[in-house]
Ligand binder design. Structure first.
Ligand code: 4AD
Ligand code: MG
Length: 465
């Protein structure tokens, strides 16, 4: 049996104990006195453990001094308190077994030097070995565990919603088609259209853009539910905050209005940020040092401040009165772009801000109509440094209004008959939102590009993975 580096460094084992560790060499340094220092990492925590290897070992000349970055090893020896700075413990090695060599160390793509993040992106299968991607991965895990824990503590049930669906929840037409039809030989109807009745599902099918409509059905029975899974958008936006495959957290709350839902979003974000700060100090210190100077303090500020709240209409006025020359001109009715969102969060409010009550014409069919007949009960949460991370709304629970919206948007009520049933049988006010999970990880780590916070990014013009 062996012990993880995390357990060794955090004092789960005691000085003087015999221990075995398995991992990969980060660096090797040889002293003139005939001792080698190996930094060994196994991904369990940010820091590697140092093994001090004396030249009295049988394989010292032949193997130990040939170890290079990336070689895998088993090291056994005595755990001792380290005299070196920053490390509580190190291993006085008594045996070093090489499990795997690195062929041609000079051409090993992850050789021990600082690589650009763009370079690492070309090596999705190897980049997990680097400091930075290792740290991102542990933060991502911490955030998703904390998310589930939060919902569990709040009495929410986790609902698995389908990946393959017939509905375009957001109505933006950005769906990936799922089909078993032979593209080179598509069956046709008499009118010449593609005949989807011959397809696996007997009709058109797509990858979901959001689990919301499905999870609403469970909210209208179990009251407090959420879905957390992958979602897909074939949007062409080749930006640092869009992925074609991303993860979304979507709570749906029966009997809640928009303000209650916004307050819940704030509570959720603060909870997971607290978790990251207490559970992953090691990684957060690295991000503060190397990636985003205020990575830790800005999370602390986020936790300690109330979110600002503003109506869309007031937000537009703030942007107009700012006198700022935006790339996209500001007027009532626009769908704010990220420069507008960032101005509001970073320069005007200087805190996360909830923007509420958007014009109906830029929002999806399911959002609840406000009394003014022009706006809907929608909200976005904008964070300094990234812009929109959450989008949500109170849902239209009144069947007549919902039907009016469907027809206004040229949607076929028959396609939504199951959704309309929720309004026909014991309808209740309900609300929910979607948090872009990868945007959350981007924000927490301070990474510049969303492609570097998901193990295998899917974006236009993919590599081989
Ligand atoms: O604002 P959106 O489109 O809202 C919905 O899909 C609702 N059905 C959610 C709900 O009410 N249950 O997306 C929600 C969030 C955005 O705020 C953004 O953070 C993220 O999902 N998002 C993306 N993240 C990465 N890549 C993309 N292409 C994204 N599109 C949206
Ligand atoms: Mg949105």
């Amino acid at each position: 049996t062996h012990t993880s580096v995390a357990d060794l460094l955090t004092g789960k084992r005691q000085s003087g104990e015999q221990v075995t560790v398995k991992g990969w060499i980060r660096t090797r340094r040889d002293s003139k006195a005939g001792i080698s220092f190996l930094a060994i990492h196994d991904g369990s925590c940010f820091h590697p453990i140092q093994a001090v290897v004396p030249n009295s070992l049988d394989n010292y000349q032949d193997e130990v001094t040939r170890l290079t970055t990336g070689c895998s090893v088993t090291v056994s020896g005595t755990l001792v308190e380290s005299l070196g700075e920053g490390q509580a413990f190190e291993i006085q090695a008594e045996q070093v077994d090489v499990l795997g060599w690195v062929e041609n160390p000079d051409s090993y793509p992850m050789a021990a030097k600082r690589h650009s993040i763009e370079y690492l992106r070309e090596y999705s299968h190897l980049r997990a070995r680097t400091n930075v991607i290792g740290a991102v991965t542990r933060i991502r895990n911490c955030l998703s565990q904390a998310m589930h824990r939060f919902f569990h503590e709040q009495g929410y049930y986790w609902i698995s919603t389908p990946i393959i669906t017939a509905n375009d929840c957001e109505g933006a037409g950005e769906m990936f088609r799922v089909s078993t039809l032979d593209l080179a030989n598509l069956p046709r109807t008499e009118q010449g259209d593609v005949d989807f009745s011959e397809d696996f599902f007997g009709k058109e099918a797509f990858l979901t853009v959001s689990g919301q409509l499905n999870v609403e059905t469970y909210a209208c029975a179990l009251s407090k539910v959420y879905t957390f899974g992958p979602t897909f958008r074939a949007e062409k936006s080749n930006t640092s905050r869009h992925l074609a495959e991303f993860w979304m957290v979507e709570p749906e709350i029966a009997f809640a209005d928009l303000d209650e839902t916004a307050a819940f979003a704030e509570k959720m974000l603060k909870y997971v940020f607290n978790a990251v700060l207490s559970e992953r100090r090691d990684d957060m210190e690295f991000f503060a040092q190397r990636i985003q100077k205020d990575a830790i303090t800005r999370l602390e500020n986020f936790i300690n401040k109330d979110f600002a709240q503003v109506d869309y209409t007031d937000a537009i006025n703030i942007l107009i009165q700012s006198g700022r020359q935006f790339e996209y001109p500001v007027e009532w009715g626009i769908d704010m772009s990220s420069e507008h969102e960032r101005y509001l969060a970073e320069e005007h409010f200087k805190s996360p801000v909830v923007v509420k009550n958007y014009p109906k014409d830029i929002k999806a069919f399911y959002m609840r109509m406000n009394d003014d007949g022009k706006t809907v009960a929608a909200m976005d949460v904008l964070a300094p440094g990234i812009g929109e991370i959450i989008g949500g709304s109170q849902r239209e629970e009144r069947l007549d209004r919902l039907d009016a919206r469907l027809s206004e948007m040229n949607l076929n009520p028959e396609d939504y008959s199951w959704y309309r049933d929720l309004r026909r049988y014991g309808t209740v006010p309900h609300s929910g939102f979607g948090l872009g999970f990868d945007r959350l990880v981007t924000y927490v780590t301070g990474m510049q590009n969303i492609r570097d916070v998901i193990p295998f990014p899917r974006a236009p013009r993919l590599a081989d993975y």
